[in-house]
Design a protein around this ligand. Structure first.
Ligand SMILES: *Cc1c(COP(=O)(O)O)cnc(C)c1O
Length: 245
């Protein structure tokens, strides 16, 4: 194994260990939490090394960059590619054709486009609904800070659930950036309550997945119910914005 694979493997394994400890603290089954290794802005060699180190789910933020990597790493057919960043309308087709899972569905308009392109591609796209539970309006996702206004979300959620080529699987959030991991806890709790709220309103639907937690707060996210954590820098190191992919 190369030094890079060794290094990533060590960090990947220790992240899994910390997920398992956090799960046990919360009385949860460690196997119920999946680790998404976020490789945005990393060159394809780093992504390859992450796969060789054992990563089975990779997270990308930018559709074009992700598609380039998916095409260059086709030999690893068991790897799942997750889109975790905001998807612009004009990138919906590339996402529907290439990714296995979408974390960041943030509008009904995007949902309708993804449904159409998934249908054309003969695929079903599993997806999470992204909610903004922080105080910043600039973030992506349906606004869900104010629990009193959650009933207003039901119309859009119901419309997304009705789209035949999208398969809603749960919720995703990206809390405001805080200085400590514990800063994120109330936001994770709010999303957990929102999950319960939506489940009780749509008893036939599946909202079982909760994507929350990054390098800085994934253990807190696991304590609060995350089933998917998205960890980048803690495993693959700092982002390499200047490198061509
Ligand atoms: C970049 C990113 C991550 C990973 O962040 P790290 O701090 O590198 O762990 C997770 N989720 C989303 C949506 C991101 O954009």
């Amino acid at each position: 194994m190369s030094e890079l694979v060794d290094l990533i493997c060590e960090r990947y394994t220790s992240t899994l260990d910390r997920i398992a400890s956090a799960a046990k603290r919360a009385g949860r089954e460690p196997a119920s939490i999946k680790l998404v290794v976020v490789t945005k802005s990393q060159p394809v060699e780093v992504v390859r090394a992450a796969i060789e180190a054992g990563a089975g789910i990779l997270g990308e933020n930018y559709p074009e960059e992700g598609v380039t990597k998916i095409q260059s790493l086709q030999e690893f057919s068991a790897v799942e590619w997750h889109m975790i960043g905001h998807v612009q309308s004009r990138k919906a087709q590339a996402v529907a054709q290439n990714f296995n899972f979408l974390h960041s569905l943030d509008s009904l308009k995007l949902a309708a486009r993804l449904d159409r392109f998934s249908n054309e591609a003969g695929r079903i796209l599993p997806t999470l609904l992204e909610f903004n539970v922080g105080e910043e309006d600039s973030k992506s996702g349906w606004l869900a800070q104010d629990e009193a206004r959650w009933p207003e979300l039901l119309k859009d959620v119901s419309a997304v659930l009705a789209l035949p080529n999208l398969q809603v699987r749960g919720l995703m959030t990206m809390p405001p950036l805080g200085s400590t991991a514990d800063f994120s806890r109330p936001y994770f709790r709010r999303v957990k309550r929102l999950q319960e709220y939506l489940s009780s309103n749509f008893s036939q639907a599946d909202f079982s997945e909760l994507s929350m937690g990054t390098s800085s707060d994934y253990e807190v996210a696991v304590e609060e119910g995350a089933t998917l954590v998205r960890v980048g820098t803690a495993i693959v190191g700092p982002r390499q914005y200047k490198t061509e992919v």
